[in-house]
Design a protein around this ligand. Sequence first.
Ligand SMILES: Cc1cc2nc3c(=O)[nH]c(=O)nc-3n(C[C@H](O)[C@H](O)[C@H](O)COP(=O)(O)O)c2cc1C
Length: 210
Amino acid sequence: MYKIIEDLNWRYAAKQYDPSKKLSEEQLEIIKESLRLSPSAYGLQPLKFIFIESPELREQIKPIAYNQNQVVDASHLLIFCTYKSIDENYIDSHVERVAEIRNTPEERKLMFGDFLKKNVLKIPIESQENWNVHQAYIALGQLLHTCASLRIDATPMEGFNAVELDKLLNLGAEGLKSVLLCPIGYRSTEDSYQNLKKVRRSFLDLFETR
Ligand SMILES: Cc1cc2nc3c(=O)[nH]c(=O)nc-3n(C[C@H](O)[C@H](O)[C@H](O)COP(=O)(O)O)c2cc1C
């Protein structure tokens, strides 16, 4: 079997973590770099990844996540956040960064900035918020695969009250909102879910050729 398929079969959404097993700094760096390298529309990355280290804070988050134990037991708790909107300043700093890294000539830089502003700022705020959320899910997919290839467990979670979490972490003050939780660590040997066969829709149902 190809390694990529082996990795994807190895992973599952862990329900119970072993609290005694922690990720190394090196593993954490790889995970962060994978998130950083995640693609996004126009490369804007309207994202923020918050690692919650404080055990007290994780205890406070647990009831907000419907008491799912992974929130406190996993080695790390990652929160995927997105900006609620993208403004002119955000685009300007993105364009500056691109120009600096790629040594873009001034004229092309201005054209790129105008192009982005024309296309992005015309999107209504509610749609922008939604569009930014899509970018977080791309990063989630990439993270899940990266973790699987490192044999690290990760549980994508939408099961939490985002309004309460945003309030607890004061995310609104930074123009952010929480989109996903993702505990990361090592599965407990007691977690019976690891023994379940994968259930996915059939090739016939999922694919079509025209
Ligand atoms: C966006 C998203 C949200 C999810 N939310 C939760 C959750 O809150 N709690 C949980 O235990 N699993 C959650 N899951 C895990 C799914 O139930 C799981 O991925 C799915 O049943 C497929 O099983 P597998 O990932 O173990 O192969 C979520 C998965 C995704 C992709």
